[in-house]
Design a protein around this ligand. Structure first.
Ligand code: ZN
Length: 387
């Protein structure tokens, strides 16, 4: 599986040369864009290059490499626009490019090391800039990652940053008869509960997140009743703070989940397939019970788990989420009243367990069923993630 990532590195000594390069580059992009817009339909990148190359080189003074990149990028943007038009999302419009963003191809336009990036600039050829490399970014320079098209961006704080895009091909664990599976339920009392084929389980609480989010909620309610402008600003501030907090918690919890999976030699992690359908039908019964772990935070946690799993060579399998909390994992009896808040007690066979753990066990079982089916068919199922 291909793992992709963007590493953000601050450029310590941006100069006028870099700023001017970005300006002229966006000028070139906007020129090419205007050509396509007035033409009234998409133009292939080769043809567009033939039309705009002379102007980019002579009038704007761009280097030949950039004069080739620009038509390719602009043609690509209009191709995407065309697809969006087909889906009825937007109308034909002129795409504009900001002077605060510049896309560069690896090797052709930039090269990079741990502490410097060399960029092709307009006046001085290739110029080297110092980058501030953070401890957690060092690992991406160990030679195992491939650098791809990246960006120089001026952020709102006025500083320039290099957004380095990287990718790596991670080997997947082979599926075998003896593979260990793990189901993860994102529950109401714990952020997540995991259960493996060997019946090892773990509860991931996420610290005091529940209390903190409740606090935020009551603060928001109080502010909303005020309705003043400053109250609105405060609400925005609080919700940004809460989002950052949730993000941190989701990072920590997803990391713990993957650590637990690795310790138990898990090959496949099962998650409920909530993408797309989660808002409408399947979740209705449980959603009201779910504490304030709102849908975006919930989706984010799934995304983080997925990403970290791929990194560890563990597959993710999404399973049907229907009745995972109401089904008895012993006798498969499904009933609403099997679950009473935190407790699961089967009305048919009398089996009792923590309700979230019972759900995680059901998810593990569904994941295993899919695994066995693929093994017997000698191929992976169509729903296998292709991330
Ligand atoms: Zn039962």
């Amino acid at each position: 599986m291909i793992l992709t990532k963007t590493v953000i590195l601050k450029i310590e000594n941006p100069d006028n040369n870099l700023v001017e390069t970005m300006q002229r580059y966006s000028e070139g992009m906007n020129h090419a864009s205007s050509v396509v817009f007035h033409y009234g339909k998409t133009i292939g990148s080769y043809k567009l290059q033939q039309i705009v190359y002379g102007y980019l080189r002579e009038t704007i003074g761009l280097k030949s490499q950039m004069s080739c990149n620009i038509p390719r990028q602009v043609a690509g943007c209009y191709k995407t626009l065309k697809e969006q038009i087909k889906e009825g999302k937007v109308n034909w419009k002129e795409i504009t490019f900001s002077p605060y963003s510049m896309t560069l191809s690896y090797k052709r336009d930039f090269s990079i090391s741990q502490d410097s990036v060399a960029i092709t600039t307009i006046n001085n050829g290739r110029k080297s800039y110092k980058i501030q490399n953070y401890d957690n970014a060092q690992q991406y320079f160990d030679g195992t990652w491939k650098f791809t098209a990246s960006k120089v961006l001026r952020h709102k704080d006025g500083n320039h940053y290099f957004h380095l895009s990287i990718e790596k091909d991670v080997p997947e664990k082979e599926l075998e008869e003896t593979s260990n599976y793990m189901g993860v339920d994102l529950g109401m009392n714990y952020l997540a509960v995991a259960s493996t084929t060997e019946k090892k389980c773990n509860f991931f609480a996420g610290g005091h997140i529940k209390d903190i989010r409740n606090q935020y909620k009551s603060m928001r309610t109080r502010l909303q009743s005020k309705g003043t402008l400053s109250a609105k600003r405060m609400i925005k501030h609080l919700s940004d703070k809460e989002k950052r907090l949730m993000r941190d918690v989701n990072h920590v919890v997803s990391k713990q989940i993957i650590k637990f999976a690795i310790e138990n030699n898990v090959s496949i992690i099962g998650l409920e397939d909530l993408k797309g359908i989660r808002e409408n039908r399947v979740r209705k019964t449980r959603r009201n019970n779910r504490y304030h772990h709102s849908s975006w935070a919930y989706r984010q946690l799934q995304d983080f788990i997925e990403y970290k799993a791929i990194e560890a060579g563990i597959k993710i399998q999404f399973v049907d989420p229907a009745h995972t909390s109401q089904e008895c994992n012993q006798c498969n009896h499904v009933a609403k009243n099997n679950r009473n808040r935190l407790n699961f007690a089967c009305k048919k066979c009398g089996y009792e367990n923590n309700a979230d753990l019972n759900a995680a066990m059901n998810i593990e079982k569904r994941t295993r069923d899919i695994g066995y089916t693929s093994l017997s068919q000698g191929c992976l199922s169509a729903t296998q993630t292709n991330a």
